[in-house]
Design a protein around this ligand. Structure first.
Ligand code: FES
Length: 80
């Protein structure tokens, strides 16, 4: 067995045509503050090729967006 063997994992691609990974979508939402699907598409070009990934792109984006939702005033966690 070769001790120098290294396994490299590729990021999971959501859009293969434009090489957009789940990690890239997460970065756009959480690092760059993208809050609309339109902006995500403009920045990454995701779903602008064959279009078959459109629902997966939207689903991944919406999932990440829910993780950024601010707490509402008066919610249980904000009570004194
Ligand atoms: S896989 Fe995303 S546009 Fe084709």
């Amino acid at each position: 067995m070769d001790d120098n063997f290294v396994i490299i994992q590729r990021p999971r691609l959501i859009c293969e045509c434009k090489n957009v990974s789940l990690q890239k979508i997460q970065e756009e939402v959480h690092v760059h503050g993208v809050r609309t699907l339109k902006d995500l598409v403009l920045r990454t070009r995701a779903s602008t090729g064959c279009g078959s990934c459109a629902s997966a792109v939207r689903e991944a984006f919406e999932t990440e967006l829910t993780k950024t939702a601010p707490e509402l005033p008066g919610s249980a966690d904000n009570e004194p």
